[in-house]
Design a protein around this ligand. Structure first.
Ligand SMILES: Cc1cc2nc3c(=O)[nH]c(=O)nc-3n(C[C@H](O)[C@H](O)[C@H](O)COP(=O)(O)OP(=O)(O)OC[C@H]3O[C@@H](n4cnc5c(N)ncnc54)[C@H](O)[C@@H]3O)c2cc1C
Ligand code: FES
Length: 285
């Protein structure tokens, strides 16, 4: 069942987009010391229905509500995954929840990734740190529908080997045809045999990116301008570069203005923007 008004997946949301819907946690797992994975199912039995890159407002009674991206592919409909980094009041409280507990969700919200523009093209995803979580939904979607996309490259950067999330994903992807996974850490240790350096060093380790590649960037704000300097060198037009932005949000539906960048609402017009739409807005990054 889907909602014609707000694109949400639950029938009850037709009545009130401000009303969180109950979902059940069916499994949890710590991914790193500060990031926890939650597998979630709508309590009313609805299937997971969303676009890669969309997000949910996740609430816990007595604590508040925070935006969190989908971290699984919509090709898997029975349940969906979110990953929460414990940084403050609401995220720390959510970390205490376990299998069988309820959470309350509004969504899916936001525009998601430009699937039409990505289809039949080579795609590069550049994901820094927890920025891999919202892009993981897209990465798994592309890998599930391999025939619909060209060459696929993933750059993933973590602060250190112990901060790497989803190691199993990367090992699995590395065995697939037409899929190039390049990883780096800012600071290595004795266990790490891979690349050490910031994420932009990976551009010099592959010849799979060309001027027609569609690029998706998600990570800490500092990363964007350095990654775009590299895509500029390759001649990739800014209209083919997409940035997934994070802003403090409240309503998530274009009413409160908390997420505004001039005339753009990150919650409604984004969180995914063509870089060409934002390049003269310094406050966006
Ligand atoms: C569209 C979108 C998707 C997101 N997806 C994820 C996700 O998949 N997983 C995840 O762990 N987090 C994600 N975030 C960030 C998450 O919403 C914040 O970490 C959360 O709101 C913090 O709330 P809190 O109450 O725990 O922390 P608070 O007590 O409010 O703040 C703790 C610290 O976090 C900082 N902070 C608060 N909100 C944000 C924000 N929106 N962006 C950056 N820093 C913030 C504060 O400045 C402070 O330093 C996403 C944000 C957006 C806008
Ligand atoms: S969060 Fe309220 S307008 Fe975007």
């Amino acid at each position: 069942m889907s909602c014609e008004n707000c694109n949400c997946s639950s029938q009850a949301n037709h009545e009130n987009i401000f009303m969180p819907q109950e979902a059940k946690i069916i499994k949890t797992k710590m991914s790193t010391a500060s990031e926890k994975r939650f597998w979630v199912k709508w309590a009313d039995g609805s299937q997971a229905k969303f676009q890669p890159g969309q997000f949910l407002e996740v609430s816990l009674f007595g604590y508040g509500e925070i935006p969190i991206g989908y971290a699984s592919s919509p090709t898997f409909k029975d349940n969906f995954e979110i990953v929460i980094r414990a940084v403050g009041r609401v995220s720390n409280a959510l970390h205490k929840l376990q299998k069988g507990d309820s959470i309350f969700l509004r969504g899916p919200l936001g525009n998601g990734f430009p699937m039409k523009s990505l289809k039949n093209n080579d795609v590069l995803v550049v994901a820094g740190g927890i920025g891999y979580c919202p892009t993981r939904s897209l990465v798994n979607y592309i890998l599930d529908k391999r025939d619909e996309f060209g060459e696929f490259t993933l750059f993933y950067g973590a602060r250190s080997p112990k901060d790497r999330m989803f190691n199993n994903d990367f090992e699995r992807f590395k065995k697939m045809d037409g899929v190039n996974v390049l990883e780096t850490v800012d600071k290595g240790d004795e266990s790490w045999k891979g690349n050490v350096g910031v994420i932009t060093t990976l551009f010099h380790k592959t010849d799979k990116i060309n001027k027609n590649t569609r690029v998706i960037i998600c990570g800490p704000p500092i990363m964007y301008k350095f990654v775009i300097a590299e895509t500029d060198k390759l001649g990739i037009p800014h209209s083919n570069v997409y940035v997934d932005l994070e802003r403090r949000m409240k309503c998530g539906i274009g009413k409160c203005g908390h997420c505004q960048i001039n005339d753009k609402y990150v919650c409604m017009d984004g969180p995914v923007f063509k870089y060409s739409e934002l390049e003269d807005r310094e406050e966006a990054f």
